[in-house]
Design a protein around this ligand. Structure first.
Ligand code: PEP
Length: 257
């Protein structure tokens, strides 16, 4: 099955709403509409930028989509500082990253919480981009495939096959490659992405596994995106640093198309 690639720009905790508007305008201006037939493009800004981006996307009927970097497992209530699935859905978010390694590390998010967040996203019609990936020491020990497939299956626990096929995006992000400039070789990235798809096939069947997009993330830029997306099991990229510069991000999206 041919899967349409997705390039999702994870802005992390960068850009205020004015800077966000400027960046989205530049991307919209420099990526011709014809590319969107071949690649889905999303930006994942901080919560404070989402309303401004929604206004721009809706007002100018942009083909670019957007989402958030996290959500609460709860719909509402006494959870100070959290933002819920219904709130993000109301703002038109298409995607939300869940289980990013920075949340796992700095906010101590475990697989159980990640699983609840994946379910919360799906419940409100937002596609979770479920991030998995190993630390350097896990790779050095040779346990990376087991580590990543176990994070994947734990994150999807309790979901029906059709929910996985319809809503879930997986992102393989080796922790040692995030923000370090150390990109995984296409062969290393493909090995893990293939194993992730294999785990999906074993659990949910081949049809589901073939429908799910598996992205690679970790120092993706215009100089390496083409060889990564050329791999059979890599369906796009989750892009951090390179998503903050309009020219670089646009070039990268065009090369992934
Ligand atoms: C990320 O934030 O998910 C990421 C992959 O960052 P970078 O592209 O900067 O390595």
């Amino acid at each position: 099955m041919a899967r349409k690639p997705l390039i999702a720009g994870n802005w992390k905790m960068n850009l205020n709403h004015l800077e966000a508007i400027a960046l989205v305008q530049k991307i919209a201006f420099s990526l011709p509409e014809k590319y969107y037939a071949k690649v889905d493009v999303a930006v994942l800004p901080p919560f404070t930028d989402i309303r401004s981006i929604q206004t721009l996307v809706d007002g100018d009927k942009l083909l670019l989509t957007y989402g958030a970097q996290d959500l609460s497992p709860h719909d509402s209530g006494a959870y100070t500082g959290d933002v819920s699935g219904p709130m993000l859905a109301k703002l038109g978010c298409s995607y939300v990253t869940v289980g990013h390694s920075e949340r796992r590390e700095y906010h101590h998010e475990d697989d159980e919480l990640v699983n609840k967040k994946v379910k919360a996203a799906i419940k409100h019609g937002i596609k979770p981009i479920l991030c998995v990936g190993e630390q350097q020491e896990v790779r050095d020990s040779g346990a990376h495939l087991g580590h990543c497939t176990s994070q994947l299956l734990a994150g999807l626990k309790g979901l029906k096959a059709e929910q996985v096929a319809e809503h879930v995006v997986v992102a393989y992000e080796p922790v040692w490659a995030i923000g370090t400039g150390k990109v995984a070789t296409p062969a290393d990235a493909e090995e893990v992405c293939k194993a992730l798809r294999g785990a999906l096939a074993e659990k949910y069947g081949t049809e589901v596994a073939e429908a799910v997009r598996v992205l690679y993330g970790g120092s993706v830029k215009s100089g390496n995106v083409a060889e990564l997306v050329a791999c059979e099991n890599i369906d796009g990229g989750l892009v951090g640093g390179a998503s903050l510069q309009a020219d670089e991000f646009t070039k990268l999206c065009a090369l992934a198309a």
